[in-house]
Design a protein around this ligand. Sequence first.
Ligand code: AKG
Ligand code: FE2
Length: 290
Amino acid sequence: MDIRKYIKENGFDEAFKHDGAICLKGVFDTGQMDRIREVFEWYRAHPSPMGRTYYDDDDGYFFQDGYNHGAWPLYEKLFQDVPYGDIVAALWDRQDAWFFADQIFIKEGGDVRRTPWHQDLTPSYYGSELAVVWTSLDPIPKENALEFVRGSHLRTIYNQSAFDPADDTRPLFEGDLPRLPNIESERDKWDIISWATEPGDVLVFHHGTLHGGGKTDPCYPRRTLVARFIGEEAWRSETEAASMYDREDSGNDTALVDQYSKYINAVPPGQRLNTNPSFFSVRPLEAQGA
Ligand SMILES: O=C(O)CCC(=O)C(=O)O
Ligand SMILES: [Fe+2]
């Protein structure tokens, strides 16, 4: 498949700009999904100290891990076989992209509640070329899908969610960021978009887009490999990434945020994020003549 053509002809680049979330259908073939599964399985078998479960009183299993530096060489190899770079570069109308962060999510083994609404962005960086590529190994019906608030990446940056079972909007960070709105209790007031997906489909969203994950049930587990990217238009702001964190009761989330803050804080304020060589270059396969 000519991904750049598919993205242009269907206006996904414009949709990404305005909506902050898109769904590309059938872009990875079964061989490429096998490669994604290999990375996912390695990652699952080698969790980082930041890996943690949530909502342990619930029936099912909900695990998340991120900034697992041991996984980075596997991601780097994956991008030689699977055209992640082509997707994000085409969405930004660029020839270059840089890897920014790894992550996995597992929801399986029973009923697992919704993932609270949140953004993946903090005020320490910003830009139009920030993309999360979200690929599930499992088919996902619309009622269980990851959901997005259309256009929210162009508006307020909220505090993040502490994933408190009793209060989805309880802030994770100290400081004066606005608290997350209770989107779930007033869904009709928000322009929510989502898609049923099959393995091979890919969701791409801006780091600043409000998103929340649907529940899962025993028939529909959700195992997801996430890759985050930055482009030329991705900037370090004046805000220190770690300065606002509530260290008292955020559990491993604080360690996770600290870990990725190191990479962001290594970039001087006002500079492009890609000046940090830790964020390795991911050339589109097409540009390499593949
Ligand atoms: O899979 C989920 O439920 C949450 C995914 C998410 O928050 C993310 O990919 O950033
Ligand atoms: Fe997220």
